[in-house]
Design a protein around this ligand. Structure first.
Ligand SMILES: NC(=O)c1ccc[n+]([C@@H]2O[C@H](COP(=O)([O-])OP(=O)(O)OC[C@H]3O[C@@H](n4cnc5c(N)ncnc54)[C@H](O)[C@@H]3O)[C@@H](O)[C@H]2O)c1
Length: 315
């Protein structure tokens, strides 16, 4: 069994999301080796060459196209392989197609790599995270999805624009499904410790309910809007992948809303969805059950029920 190389990442699936993530990871300087794997070997080779040509402007590393054997010692395996969302198609529509792909990919990864972390990005990410945990046999702390890390970034960005402040000073989470039933956890949102509604008033906004609904809807529909205009989304998710890998490799113990299998918080069990969690070198190192209003708790339970129904049908 290969021991892990802490400086190595594997990216499975080199389409829009995989290649943009590989580029972001190359720029991050976190890794010194990266293997790109795709059923379309030419695509993986082309991306490896193209991204390598940026290395003289970044930090030295080895980037190449390979096979699952080459992922045996990767500290993190990022899985983006799957069909993309078509215009008008919901993420849940994709489920059966992508579970089929996972049934071929995940056992191959697990055959060679026994100790790494599986970071699932392909959609529907919550369902596929659950499937990957079961198909790999890995402990649950080492299999998680990008979940609502991207949605949360969109939420912070839009709140930053709304309030005309740096989005990094906004502390707020999108939780639940990465998809149509996701929840903006408005009741716990704050700007540097100041409750969001108080901060809104400081900046001249008084219609909290209206702003909240508008921003939450905008976050939820972001992907549909971008896909409508350019066919796919990839830069935002690439930066999310980079951020999650950074938390893992640097053992940052950062709190990120990744998707992982739940065990009873808010009455939700045996389904993967996003709640803030501590992310470090051991993967998911603990849940952070933030305070929710009764309405948010109900919406979270409804999100879990939606996912459970899909899972029952598809897996
Ligand atoms: N989690 C998120 O926030 C988020 C954001 C954007 C996109 N996505 C998802 O990421 C996935 C990829 O999107 P994309 O736009 O890159 O799609 P894409 O079609 O551009 O790329 C998919 C890649 O997967 C490869 N692939 C397919 N089957 C494979 C297999 N069995 N083994 C290895 N490789 C295989 C394809 O050859 C292709 O290169 C989709 O499911 C999409 O919905 C997730």
């Amino acid at each position: 069994m290969a021991s892990l190389n802490e400086r190595k990442v594997a990216v499975v699936g080199c389409g829009f999301v995989g290649s943009a993530s590989a580029f972001a990871l190359m720029e991050s300087g976190l890794f010194s080796e990266m293997v790109l794997i795709d059923v379309n070997k030419d695509k993986a080779e082309g991306e490896a060459l193209d991204i390598s040509h940026g290395l003289p402007f970044a930090k030295p590393m080895s980037i190449y196209a390979g096979d699952y054997k080459d992922a045996a010692d990767a500290a993190v395996v990022v899985v983006t392989a799957g069909a993309g969302q078509k215009p008008g198609e919901t993420r849940l529509d994709l489920v059966k197609k992508n579970i089929g792909i996972f049934k071929s990919i995940i056992p191959e990864i697990a055959k060679y790599n026994k100790e790494g972390i599986l970071l699932i990005v392909a959609n529907p990410v919550d369902i596929l995270t659950y499937a990957a945990a079961k198909l790999s046999g890995f402990p649950e702390n080492r299999v998680f999805g990008s979940g609502t890390v991207l949605d949360t970034a969109r939420f912070k960005y839009l709140l930053g624009e709304h309030l005309d402040i740096d989005s990094r000073s906004v502390h707020a989470f999108i939780i639940g499904e990465h998809g149509d039933s996701e929840i903006a956890a408005w009741s716990s949102a704050n700007v540097s410790g100041i409750p969001i509604n108080d901060f809104c008033e400081m900046r001249g906004h008084f219609e909290h309910e209206k702003s909240m609904n508008k921003i939450a809807e905008n976050v939820k529909n972001s992907a549909y809007g971008i896909i409508e205009k350019k066919g796919a989304t990839y830069y935002g998710i690439a930066m999310s992948v980079r951020r999650i890998c950074e938390a893992i490799i640097r053992d940052e113990k950062s709190i990120l809303p990744i998707s992982s299998i739940q065990h009873g918080d808010f009455g939700i069990d045996d389904i993967a969805l996003s709640m803030p969690a501590i992310v470090g070198r051991n993967g998911v190192e603990g849940a952070v059950p933030i305070k929710l209003s009764d309405q948010e708790k109900e919406a979270l339970k409804a999100s879990a029920t939606t996912l459970k129904e899909v899972l029952k049908e598809a897996f």
